[in-house]
Design a binder for this molecule. Structure first.
Ligand code: FMN
Length: 408
């Protein structure tokens, strides 16, 4: 089913100022959007703006005699094919989780059978509060899809998890599963794609570890895009704070060794392996079973050993899948990447210049240079989802060319 009738609920958080942009992007996808504001939302964004961008009256009152003359809330609940609430405040989240019907939005949600996506946004402390976490778990268990929240600087000046996902990323998550484009659907059909994503954690003792800044967003965007394009996708993820992409098999791991074992088990059956994980290069030789005490630990030394080179091991299999690596470099990115491509016998390598703050680690945009033995492709700056679509196109072309040569 293709959902075109979207109900957008906006609640009382500072991120409500991004909602008009979300309406605009939804409409760009061909969606018919009706907006419902909670009482709190009206303090952050005006009904007039939303009426202008959506092209329809905006609703917010439950006990509105004019609207209710035709049982307006039930009509609207029946009309909606998809409900997205962005931003979702902690207060409305609590109301939804506990089945309250004390405003128009929560009443509509109870009266509708449409699938619900929620995009929480709040202060990081509010997000981490056990009450909020319990409420979000209730919604998830009931089948709601949670988008975000993202990590970063907040309006209140704090830094942490709680930012509303960017409107373009919300749309990317809402539409792949509903409106796969015809030519994209055919694109990766029948292919089994294995993707690794996120960082790994190498234990020092039971409470400390070595890790890196990878957020997993690139690998997750690739997994979502590949599934949308028709591939059968397995995603092996290190510890990240991201919702599982729709239609993707997800396997969670912690350390480089666990990732190695999980990847090697799956690689035999994969047509394509995309190694987007930032696997730790070193692990502590012997992690301690007890917490190292601070007292007397001056001059403490850790013995590090190299972790398995997962990508090189996959590429060295007797029948390797088509292997795509990622290189995060801070200097001479292309030269280092080319060396990696040749030494590890890869088919493609995508290069990230992580010395740039605007792309790469833990942000929603990226820019890639993709190298094969004989070609160089450039994918200009865009959201990680759009970058993924382009990268998968390149992978598909090079995969077909390699198979043609092999079979000729
Ligand atoms: C300036 C300001 C910003 C706020 N931002 C948020 C926010 O981002 N997320 C949130 O959950 N609550 C936030 N709140 C608190 C909510 O606005 C408050 O809980 C309100 O009752 C929520 O209304 P609602 O239930 O209609 O969503 C903020 C309050 C103020 C005064």
């Amino acid at each position: 089913m293709i959902a075109t009738k979207w109900l957008l609920g906006i609640t009382g958080g500072i991120a409500a100022y991004k909602a008009p942009e979300l309406v605009r992007l939804l409409k760009k996808q061909g969606a018919d959007v009706r907006v419902v504001l909670s009482q709190g939302a009206k303090a952050f964004v005006t009904p007039m703006t939303l009426q202008a961008v959506s092209g329809h009256p905006v609703y917010s009152e439950l006990l509105d005699p004019d609207f209710e003359a035709a049982m307006g809330h039930i009509e609207l609940a029946r009309w909606a094919e998809g409900i997205v609430i962005a931003p979702l405040s902690a207060n409305r989240l609590a109301a939804l989780a506990h089945g309250h019907a004390d405003d128009l939005l929560t009443t509509l949600c109870l009266a509708s059978t449409a699938p619900i996506w929620v995009v929480p946004a709040m202060n990081q402390q509010m997000w981490h509060h056990p009450a909020t976490q319990a409420n979000i778990t209730i919604l998830k268990d009931r089948g709601a899809v949670v988008i975000g929240p993202g990590w970063g600087e907040q309006a209140c000046g704090e830094i942490g998890l709680g930012r509303m996902s960017e409107p373009q990323d919300i749309v990317n998550q809402l539409f792949p599963m509903y409106q796969p484009m015809k030519e994209q659907e055919a694109n990766l059909q029948g292919l089994r794609i294995l993707i690794s994503a996120g960082p790994t954690r190498e234990a020092i003792d039971p409470v400390r570890y070595i890790s890196n800044r990878s957020s997993g967003k690139m690998g997750f965007a690739l997994a979502q895009a590949a599934a949308t394009l028709g591939a059968q996708v397995s995603l092996i993820s290190g510890p990240v704070n991201l919702a599982s992409p729709h239609g993707v098999e997800r396997i969670d791991v912690m350390s480089a060794n666990e990732m190695y074992n999980a990847v090697m088990t799956k690689a035999q059956d994969a047509d394509i392996f995309i190694s987007a994980a930032a696997v730790a290069d070193f692990a502590v030789e012997k992690a301690l079973s007890q917490k190292i005490k601070k007292a007397g630990a001056t001059g403490l030394q850790l013995n590090l050993v190299a972790t398995p080179d997962i990508l090189a091991k996959v590429a060295a299999l007797p029948k390797p899948p088509f292997c795509v690596g990622f290189a995060a470099e801070t200097e001479q990115p292309e030269q280092y990447a080319k060396k990696k491509l040749q030494e590890k016998h890869l088919d493609l390598i995508a290069v990230n210049d992580v010395s740039r703050e605007d792309i790469g680690f833990d942000v929603n945009v990226n820019e890639l240079t993709v190298l094969s033995q004989h070609k160089t492709f450039h994918i200009p700056k865009n959201t990680k989802y759009q970058i993924s679509l382009k990268l998968l196109q390149i992978i598909r072309e090079c995969y077909d060319t390699k198979n043609k040569i092999k079979n000729s």
